[in-house]
Design a protein around this ligand. Structure first.
Ligand SMILES: Nc1nc2c(ncn2[C@@H]2O[C@H](COP(=O)(O)OP(=O)(O)OP(=O)(O)O)[C@@H](O)[C@H]2O)c(=O)[nH]1
Ligand SMILES: [K+]
Ligand SMILES: [Mg+2]
Length: 497
């Protein structure tokens, strides 16, 4: 069982780690012409800033080859082969470093433009010296955040969903997140939406043919039926994808789990046990916790955002009352509830446990795990983990004091997380962004309107609904009028990617 503690610790993010392969030009769907790139040549440090063994500086655009020549004083090396070169300041001819350079002539590069990479020693003075030298070359300027990827998108090297996958891959902190992001970056989600878009295009073409030619009796009624069948099948698939239970989004953003229970049940002790540090104050005084405390965890490869909350009771102290109100508010937002009870205070019968759980008023329909804490105080009288009965939530005995039952709890949590997030490698790729669900929802609504028109409906209106549906799909992949979302998507990238 992997429990790697808090994983959101500040950490250098970089466009690509040195051991990774060249990002693929997956999902290339826009008309990508062979190009040396037009306009500015951009450059940036692509590895994480700070002192490191090797730093990667990247350039993209028509001036990349000339830049490489001036900094090395020699012709570009053969394409996509690393070469050792002395790197010098072209103005002063002073040597800056000795490093590896790579030349990626367009269109076979990440951006589709001519690109160059300089792998230099990762000292701040070396990096700033090389960046300064590049900045003095005519036509070169520092890149904006996400500008390399944006150029790759513009040259059809990847579609928007793949770009979002790449952004998520750089942000992935757990294994399951990485798997999902990689799958999306490889273009699987984009291909699914493309397939739907093609099906719609075909249906639309048939419908238009029917509208134009049916009077000549050249086009059979059967064509119209086929269009209806296609649209119905598509709507069915789309609804299934939307019903996905927010799996992909949960995996991407982390499952919000809330620890709730009566005062002194050991809620804060549980948080500390799971994050393996004394993050929350633990004391024998009931009503110790007031503020909501949050830690990010990796449980079995799944991301969990765990909140400790105030003990739920009718508090008289105004500060504690506010704590209880905050606890209830947080509980309402939970994707998963960890209900903690003091095992010595509740008889281990389904009725008693059910009543104790109901008293916490967990949000209806939200999955729940019942943790019967302080098992060390039970002596011989052990509640069986199925004490809540077949209908109740899964329950497990735990002692935060001795650690007894921790493995079983982690197992149970992993099961719950796997159910909530799904296996990112199985089945059709998951919906990962609210942006996608919005467009897919609009697409489904248009298809429903198409269906509602029925046999007697106006065919021109029906055709318009198919056009609306197709446009919404195109917005997801970036094939249609996505200019407004481009800024938002690429802004979240780091400089150098
Ligand atoms: N014997 C025993 N004591 C425990 C266990 N877990 C917690 N305690 C003790 O129970 C008391 C309350 O623990 P907390 O973690 O502060 O409980 P809480 O639910 O966060 O309490 P509030 O924040 O006040 O609602 C402390 O004295 C803990 O040391 C356990 O497994 N066994
Ligand atoms: K306490
Ligand atoms: Mg507490």
């Amino acid at each position: 069982m992997a429990l790697s503690g808090a994983v959101r610790a500040a950490r250098g993010r970089c466009a690509r780690a040195l051991s990774s392969a060249v990002p693929p030009g997956a999902g290339a769907t826009r008309g990508a012409g062979a190009t040396r790139g037009t306009g500015d040549t951009i450059f940036a440090l692509s590895s994480a800033p700070g002192r490191c063994g090797v730093a990667v500086i990247r350039a993209s655009g028509p001036g990349s080859g000339a830049a490489l020549r001036s900094l090395t004083g020699s012709p570009e090396p053969p394409a996509r082969v690393m070469a050792l070169r002395r790197i010098r300041d072209p103005q002063s001819a002073e040597s800056l470093d000795r490093g590896l350079v790579v030349w990626f002539p367009g269109p076979h590069s990440f951006t589709g433009e001519d690109c160059a990479e300089l792998h230099v020693h990762g000292g701040p003075a070396v990096v700033s010296g090389v960046l300064r030298a590049l900045g003095r070359l005519p036509g070169l300027r520092p890149a904006e955040p996400g500008e390399f990827t944006r150029r790759a998108f513009a040259h059809g090297k990847l579609d928007l969903t793949a770009a979002e996958g790449l952004r998520d891959l750089i942000g992935a902190e757990t294994e399951a997140q990485r798997r999902q992001a990689l799958r999306q970056m490889d273009g699987e989600l984009g291909r699914l939406y493309q397939r739907w878009s093609h099906a719609l295009t075909q249906a639309l073409a048939h419908l238009e043919a029917y509208i134009d030619f049916s009077e000549d009796d050249n086009v059979e009624e059967e064509v119209l039926n086929q269009v209806r069948v296609t649209v119905r099948a598509l709507l069915h698939e789309l609804r299934g994808h939307l019903r996905d239970g927010r799996r992909g989004e949960l995996l991407r953003g982390g499952v919000r789990a809330v620890i709730a229970g009566p005062p002194n049940a050991g809620k804060s002790s549980l948080l500390n046990l799971l994050c393996r540090r004394p993050a929350a104050i633990v004391s024998p005084t009931a009503g110790t916790t007031r503020d909501v405390l949050e830690v990010a965890l990796d449980i079995g490869g799944y991301p969990l955002v765990l909140s400790d909350t105030a003990g739920l009771r009718q508090a008289t102290d105004p500060v504690e009352r506010e704590g209880v109100a905050r606890a209830r508010a947080r509980l309402c937002q939970a994707d998963l509830v960890l209900a903690v009870l003091d095992a010595t205070s509740v008889p281990p019968t389904p009725v008693a446990l059910g009543a104790a759980l109901a008293a916490l008023e967990p949000p209806p329909g939200t999955p729940c795990v019942l943790v019967l804490n302080k098992a060390d105080l039970l002596g011989g009288h052990r509640a069986s983990p199925s004490a809540t009965g077949a209908q109740g939530p899964p329950a497990t005995l735990l002692s935060c004091k001795t650690g007894e039952g921790l493995e079983a709890l982690l197992e149970l949590l992993t099961q719950q997380l796997a159910q909530l997030c799904g296996d990112p490698l199985l089945g059709s790729p998951s919906l990962t962004q609210s942006r996608h669900s919005r467009h897919l929802g609009a697409c489904a609504a248009a298809l429903e309107r198409f269906g509602d028109l029925g046999d007697s409906g106006d065919l021109a209106v029906a055709a318009e609904q198919l056009r609306v549906a197709r446009r919404e799909l195109g917005r997801i992949t970036g094939h249609v009028g996505a200019e407004d979302v481009l800024d938002i998507i690429f802004r979240d990238f780091c400089v150098g990617k």
